[in-house]
Design a protein around this ligand. Structure first.
Ligand SMILES: [Fe+2]
Length: 317
């Protein structure tokens, strides 16, 4: 992993430590002039990602949404040879949203990603590694004026705007008018689309105008929606997922408690109780895994192996 002379991601340490994984805030980055993120290079990257023989996701590591008709190509490898590059070249005139997942698996992008992660871990402190399951870099290429609907994500992320501009509307996840606990419990237990947009609270949005060189940190489960400017947008999402015990188990326990007719406390209000709940749920999961003979997160998983590589190389930085 090359040593960066200047951080790729920069943020005022005080702003970072007050807000990290709590509230969204702006960061700066140096990726906008990097030729790896020009559209011609991204067309090649998309072909590589689509043609992966061992993708991270069972349906492949590329997702394409062309507006009204969602494209789900049955043979991504064949399609990748021509069509994905053409699609990227024509993206200016379409209504297209392309997602390339785990781009850190490709040469060049891996180094960019590792430098970003090192900058982030310099800000968080390396102690946080014990809570992290794996890291990922996702690339978004979007047609002019497209809207990304309101949702929440499971990752702790940094969205870095590289080309074009967009407005990102983010909400405080601790605001229970906006994101009631029941929606979070359903998100973790039932359905990824459980967060419901409430237009009456739009005035509470923290709107970040993203342009090349500017990014925003989004804590786990921060509600957000995005509006592209009148131009093609290229954004890089650097993220990691926490182990289940750090956050999601609390909502899973509360899901069951609420179904049993109880009124569980919001995670974070009683840290001692949270700790007991999370540990109890971890034991429950381990027992269930043993009964079903299903493994924990596999150490053979490529993202998990990359995690170990980052941990090792961080020690030498
Ligand atoms: Fe998102």
């Amino acid at each position: 992993m090359p040593t960066a002379s200047k951080p790729v991601i920069q943020c005022d340490p005080e702003i970072f430590s007050c807000n990290f994984n709590r509230l969204p805030h702006a960061v700066q980055h140096t990726l906008s002039d990097n030729p790896l993120f020009q559209l011609s290079a991204l067309a090649k990257l998309a072909q590589q990602v689509a043609a992966r023989e061992n993708p991270h996701h069972p349906k492949g590591d590329i997702y394409v949404d062309q507006g009204k008709a969602i494209s789900e190509k049955t043979d991504l490898c064949e399609w990748a040879k021509d069509d994905i590059a053409n699609l990227i070249n024509q993206i200016k005139s379409g209504q297209t949203w392309i997602i390339l997942k785990h781009i850190e698996r490709e040469p060049g992008y891996r180094e960019v990603f590792e430098n970003c992660i090192c900058d982030i871990l310099n800000l968080t402190g390396k102690k946080i590694l014990a809570d992290i399951k794996w890291f990922e870099a996702i690339l978004f290429i979007t047609s002019p004026n497209r809207v990304t609907d309101y949702h929440i994500d499971r990752e702790c992320s940094w969205l870095l705007q590289i080309q074009g501009d967009k407005d990102m509307h983010l909400f405080d996840r601790a605001d229970k008018d906006i994101l009631p606990d029941e929606e979070l419990e359903n998100y973790w237990m039932v359905n990824n689309l459980s967060a419901v947009y409430k237009p009456q609270y739009e005035s509470r949005a923290m709107v970040h105008h993203l342009r090349p060189g500017i990014g925003v940190h989004s804590p786990v489960n921060t509600p957000h929606w995005l509006q592209n400017g009148n131009n093609v947008s290229v954004s890089l999402n650097i993220n990691f997922q926490f182990h289940e015990h750090a956050w999601e188990n609390l909502f899973k326990v509360n899901y069951y408690l609420r179904r049993a007719g109880l009124k569980p406390s919001t995670p974070g209000t009683h840290p001692f109780m949270d700790n007991i709940k999370s540990k109890a749920y971890t034991v429950f999961q381990d027992v269930r895994r043993r009964i079903n003979a299903s493994p924990r997160v596999s150490e053979q998983n490529e993202a998990r192996q990359h995690y170990h590589h980052i941990v090792e190389t961080l020690a030498s930085r």
